[in-house]
Design a protein around this ligand. Structure first.
Ligand SMILES: Cc1cc2nc3c(=O)[nH]c(=O)nc-3n(C[C@H](O)[C@H](O)[C@H](O)COP(=O)(O)OP(=O)(O)OC[C@H]3O[C@@H](n4cnc5c(N)ncnc54)[C@H](O)[C@@H]3O)c2cc1C
Length: 381
């Protein structure tokens, strides 16, 4: 069975040891490149990509199973969400053959990082207002602007940058996506201190040059490509799995109810169990977390059938990210100062990460706006 094979790969001596070392590191943001490369070597990245682009030639369902098991094993999802899933899947959808051959095999092998450069200071939800400009120069374009909230910029090779190439027509026209060499001297990444463990970067593009080979999806086609690609980022699976992890942590902090064996198999009948109110919360969050995962899997099924729709993905993204944030708040409040150190560290990290989930990949309000527009237009869920 594929799920068992993925688990075996994750437990294999080299990957298992590297992952254990990463998870045991006391550093706030340890170097994850070794684990990333091993994930590639073990065939866990680009699972549903064609073999000619370095993938495993499997289905969207297999790719989702790999994501589930990687996250359950503790692999940080930023190792594959930003590059492989977001940039890689967009290139698969809209990139040229040369771009696919240049970048996808290296992403699938865990040998190159990529991320998106969309957000700007003051421009996030409404990307049509972005101000980064790409002006024609000899041999291509010159890009100037500032991008915000980029992750892993210090180790990223390619940035997929949204820039304005024309001011004619509506604000949705004249946007273009470019592949930018993040190691170019005109790219200046500055670390921003943030609450969560993973740090953001502000990326200044100071006249960085790109050629026609770096245009993704055609000049002026940026908005259309984004509209098609963004639902791919919003299955909600990574958020549902965070909710699952934090829910387990939250439940694990309680002693089992009287007479029941604890999750470690020991009978803790002697210890006081959760109160009736706490049991109600455990049940409510357990059901909502399962619902988040089911909504995500519905999107995976739609992707498999080639009919991923914006309503389904907005619903899944909104519900799963809100549920993950709610579980983080509940679990932290339930255990407050009395949790054992390992659990306290996990809950502390979850509490700091949770608010960002309802912003990244499209904010909750924007997801609700998409859902309500669809329903007002007479659609059904
Ligand atoms: C963990 C994380 C990772 C990220 N990674 C990246 C990355 O790799 N690359 C990248 O480019 N960006 C990244 N971002 C940025 C992210 O895409 C933006 O934060 C997001 O698009 C929101 O934009 P903003 O922060 O400018 O907020 P705004 O768009 O200013 O929104 C602020 C608030 O106003 C609400 N709002 C805005 N417009 C409306 C409206 N029309 N109606 C109702 N409410 C509205 C929003 O819902 C939100 O609550 C990341 C963010 C996070 C938290």
């Amino acid at each position: 069975m594929f799920r068992e094979r993925v688990k075996e790969e994750l437990r294999s001596p080299d990957l298992g040891a590297a992952l254990a070392a990463l998870l045991g590191s006391a550093e706030r943001e340890p170097d994850e490149r070794g684990v990333y490369r091993l994930l590639g070597e073990h065939g866990l990245l680009g699972v549903d990509w064609p073999r000619r682009y370095g993938g495993q030639g499997r289905t969207a369902v297999h790719a989702a199973i790999a994501v589930e098991e990687m996250m359950r094993a503790g692999v940080p999802d930023t190792l594959f969400v930003n590059g492989v899933q977001t940039v890689g899947n967009l290139l698969l959808l809209a990139g040229t053959e040369e771009q696919k051959q240049r970048i996808l095999p290296r992403l699938a092998a865990g040998r190159c990082f990529a991320s998106v450069l969309y957000t700007e200071p003051g421009v996030g939800s409404d990307l049509s207002a972005l101000t980064t400009r790409a002006v024609p120069v000899d041999g291509g374009h010159r890009i100037d602007g500032v991008k915000m909230f980029n992750l892993k910029s210090g180790i990223t090779d390619y940035g997929l940058c949204a820039a304005r190439t024309s001011t004619e027509g509506s604000r949705y026209e004249g946007l273009t996506l470019f592949l930018v060499d993040m190691r170019a001297p005109e790219v200046l990444a500055e670390r921003l201190d943030t609450m969560s463990d993973e740090q953001f970067y502000r990326v200044a593009l100071d006249g960085v040059r790109v050629t026609g080979a770096d245009v993704v999806g055609g000049l002026g086609q940026g908005w259309a490509v984004l509209a098609e690609a963004l639902p791919l980022e919003r299955t909600g699976l990574d958020f549902a799995l965070r909710a699952e992890r934090w829910y387990r942590a939250g439940c694990g902090g309680f002693d089992a109810p009287e007479g029941l064996a604890g999750s470690d198999g020991h009978d803790r009948a002697a210890a006081p169990g959760p109160t009736a109110d706490q049991l109600a919360d455990i049940g409510r969050h357990g059901a909502a977390t399962s619902a988040a995962r089911l909504l995500a899997w519905r999107c995976v099924g739609s992707a498999e059938a080639g009919r991923l729709d914006e309503l389904g993905t907005s619903t899944a993204k909104w519900y799963a990210s809100e549920q993950a944030a709610a579980v983080a708040r509940w679990a932290t409040a339930a255990h407050d100062f009395d949790a054992p150190p390992e659990l306290a560290a996990l809950l502390d990290s979850a509490y700091r990460e949770a608010p960002g989930l309802t912003l990244s990949g499209g904010t909750s309000e924007m997801m609700l706006q998409t859902i309500s527009s669809f329903l007002l237009a007479g659609g059904t869920t």
